[in-house]
Design a protein around this ligand. Structure first.
Ligand code: UDP
Length: 575
């Protein structure tokens, strides 16, 4: 037997691991090395294979899982790295909790939210079922306070519960556009002190988008009585939404009808909410574990092309890994355990896409980059589906298969959804690659991670090329500190300026088109920030929302440079 690969990690990656991921003793002293972390995770996840005789030989599975992580080719989401093989054993990043129109349901959800945050997961909620402010309350003959006031309770509770001592709790709050309190919801985060632990998204419908297009009015409906309470011009609401998003990046949008057209298990209910960063639509009490392949590591030996043979080996292994995670997770609630195991959703995605393009010499803002993204994700999606089908023959289909859309299509899979593009805010730092499918944010960036760690770095490929061409790095470093883009720096050769294109150099429409390309081959959603230059107008935001809807995106987040005082790169949606 060969010796296990020792993980090749950058100083930044080691810092992140030491701060939040490596096991500690009771006194808080770190007790494991990064290699031991990957061994702990691999052994724990592989132990699920015992449930499925004849199964892969345990030691072999553990070894393969270890290698794929230690080589930085694949990493599961943070809770898996932190908690697998440790007392908490809560491995999922994404949860959605239902909130019904009763005090009992609302405060149950607050309690469950606390339990999930404590275990390292993020929570999403739809508040659309809550009766509007000033509506009747039968038990007290009083007036209802409405979804927005209750949302503040969830927000405050998040402040109080530090997420398992590892990261601050993150939430998504969604309100349907036809809820009577929608204007208050839209304006909420214009005040920077409000809802600081939440990302907000307006749940848009096709009917509403149609009404905007034709300058029609639409009905606001009281969810308690199901009766329309008033009609508003759709354009008025859309413009308020666009203005707010232009001002502060919030709220974002989710396209509920697009999401539900792709709901694999409509017989279990319709989908109303997503996880905090928006990429994972889920039913109430469902959870999902994400994992991402670092595609920058999947090049042929000569570095000229994507190594599809390598992907064909990695994808089934990682699908198996994520399916095993489902059996190893200790869920925070019995209802979540039940609901999650009915559909067995997993979310395999990619990171390092911008790095891959750079290695291939293709600027992100080109038609060719869209083509590469399309081919790559199609291949991953079809291999991932085949892997889930193979698992179904070994382990059975997901329990809610009967009556599902997959049954209609005759596809026997182990998992109701298989692919998702995650933000990979932290795991991309551990893997030392660009985040998710995002372009580079800057060539020399300071990242703020988990509130207090600040990491500075030059892009390694840029460094390599700059050295090879004898560029004066110290002078460049000073000049690059003033702006993320290097487009104007004439001392850098033209082809390099073109290749190292940053998020701000790319047109909003191209950002949206890239998101749409990946959405076409993802079962769940795609995490992407549509970066806008400081000079962008509300009209640009409106155009981005409309284009995203037309191209079949499941949601959209915009961010105009400089419009928010505090931001976290790579995962701008979670503050
Ligand atoms: N998430 C969270 N808190 C955070 C960051 C992320 O709860 O501070 C959850 C959230 O559901 C998000 C998901 O983890 O959508 C994936 O985020 P990301 O890929 O950035 O996480 P990573 O695994 O890189 O830490």
């Amino acid at each position: 037997m060969t010796r296990p690969l020792s993980p090749r990690l950058t100083p930044n990656a080691r810092t992140v691991l030491r701060q939040r991921y490596l096991a500690r003793d009771a006194k808080g002293v770190v007790t494991e090395t990064p290699a031991a972390l990957f061994q702990r995770v691999a052994a724990d996840i592989a132990s699920a294979e015992r449930l499925y005789p004849p199964g892969t030989r345990l030691a072999l599975a553990a070894r393969r899982f270890y290698d794929v992580m230690a080589s930085r080719t694949f990493l599961p989401n943070s809770p898996t790295l932190m908690n697998a093989g440790r007392p908490l054993q809560q491995l999922s990043a994404c949860f959605v909790l239902p909130v019904d129109d009763s005090l009992e349901s609302i405060f149950d959800a607050v309690k469950y939210q606390a339990l999930i945050h404590q275990s390292g997961g993020g929570t999403g909620f739809s508040f659309s079922r809550l009766r509007p402010a000033a509506d009747a309350v039968a038990t007290t003959s009083g007036a209802a306070s409405g979804p927005v006031s209750f949302m503040r309770v969830f927000n405050l509770s998040t402040d109080v519960i530090k997420q398992g001592g590892t990261r601050r709790g993150a939430n998504m709050g969604i309100l349907r556009v036809d809820h009577p309190d929608i204007l208050e919801f839209i304006a909420l985060k214009q005040n920077p002190m409000e809802m600081t632990n939440f990302n907000l998204s307006v749940g848009l419908t096709d009917e509403f988008m149609e009404a905007v297009r034709h300058s029609r009015r639409y009905a606001l409906v009281n969810p308690r009585t199901k009766r329309p309470v008033k009609r508003l011009p759709a354009a008025l609401v859309f413009n308020r939404l666009v203005e707010a998003a232009w001002q502060s990046g919030e709220p974002g949008v989710v396209f509920l009808d697009t999401i539900n057209r792709a709901n694999p298990t409509p017989q279990l209910g319709s989908i109303e909410a997503t996880n905090p960063c928006g990429e994972q639509p889920l039913l109430g009490y469902e959870s999902c574990t994400l994992g991402s392949i670092n595609v920058a590591r999947c090049l042929t030996r000569d570095g000229r092309a994507i190594d599809y043979d390598m992907l064909a080996a990695i994808v089934p292994l990682t699908v198996r890994f994520l399916d095993d995670v489902l059996d190893r997770t200790r869920f925070p609630l019995p209802a979540i355990d039940r609901q999650t195991k009915l559909t067995r959703k997993i979310g395999l995605g990619i990171m390092g896409f911008a790095d891959l393009l750079i290695r291939l010499g293709i600027p992100y803002d080109t038609e060719e980059a869209l083509k590469v993204g399309d081919q790559l994700m199609r291949a991953i999606q079809s291999q991932a589906h085949a892997a889930s089908e193979q698992l179904a023959t070994e382990r059975g289909v997901f329990p809610a298969y009967q009556g599902s859309r997959l049954q209609d299509e005759g596809r026997r899979r182990r998992n109701a959804t298989v692919t998702t593009i995650a933000p990979t805010g932290t795991i991309s730092i551990i893997a030392d690659c660009s985040a998710g499918i995002e372009p580079l944010y800057g060539i020399s960036v300071t990242r703020t991670i988990m509130e207090d760690i600040r990491l500075e770095s030059f892009h390694p490929e840029f460094l390599k090329q700059a050295r090879a061409r004898g560029l004066a790095l110290e002078t460049l470093r000073r000049e690059m500190a003033h702006s993320e883009s290097i487009r104007h720096l004439t001392q850098i050769p033209e082809d390099m300026r073109r290749l190292f294109v940053t998020a701000h150099d790319i047109s909003p429409a191209h950002h949206v088109r890239m998101q749409a390309v990946f959405q076409r081959s993802s079962d769940s959603g795609v995490s992407k920030t549509i970066n806008l230059p400081p000079t962008a107008t509300p009209k640009d935001v409106a155009a981005a929302f409309q284009l995203a809807h037309e191209l079949g995106c499941k949601g959209l987040t915009v961010y105009r440079s400089g419009s928010r005082a505090h931001q976290v790169l790579a995962c701008t949606h979670v503050q």
